[in-house]
Write a protein that binds this ligand. Structure first.
Ligand code: HEM
Length: 132
């Protein structure tokens, strides 16, 4: 990611951030709507999961310019995800639902540059998780 993309990711997350759990709930609703088979992987009570995902995005966005911290965080998360038997396609579906939820949330403020910057961000996150 170049510096401009890091700024786009951080600025757009700063605008999504105040929505907190509402954003994360919208994301999971979209994910399970498009891929109902994934819902069974998750617990019935999603409150704690929503909170963990939200906090993980805060940490990932703020450490994206610090490769040592970012890489070790994503590697640890990837190892935790190892038990679910996820493939590249699972990560692609996750990324797609996230990007669509961001676009819907930011509406007119969302641009093609945001899309590209977040694509890169997810490639960095998911790539490290899958390689873990
Ligand atoms: C950028 C990609 C992803 C991020 C940042 C992420 C983040 C997280 C976090 C922070 C947790 C909680 C870990 C903990 O217990 O401390 C978690 C758990 C989990 N994630 Fe992900 N995840 C990602 C991709 C995926 C994908 C692609 C799937 C499957 C489609 C998935 C399925 C799960 C499941 C099943 C759990 C455990 C839920 C539970 O039993 O409590 N994740 N994820």
């Amino acid at each position: 990611m170049d510096d401009a993309q890091v700024r786009l990711v951080q600025d757009s997350w700063a605008r999504i951030n105040p929505l907190g759990m509402r954003f994360v709930r919208d994301f999971y609703a979209r994910l399970f709507d498009s891929h109902p088979e994934l819902e069974g992987l998750f617990p019935d009570d999603m409150a704690s999961q929503e909170n963990l995902l939200y906090r993980m995005f805060n940490s990932a966005v703020s450490s994206v310019s610090s490769p040592a911290i970012f890489d070790s965080m994503m590697t640890r998360l990837g190892i935790q995800h190892g038990e679910y038997g996820l493939t590249q396609e699972h990560y692609a579906v996750f990324t797609r639902s996230m990007l669509q939820t961001m676009q819907e949330t930011l509406d007119a403020e969302w641009t093609a540059d945001h899309e590209d910057a977040w694509q890169e961000m997810f490639q960095e996150m998911c790539g490290r998780m899958l390689a873990a």
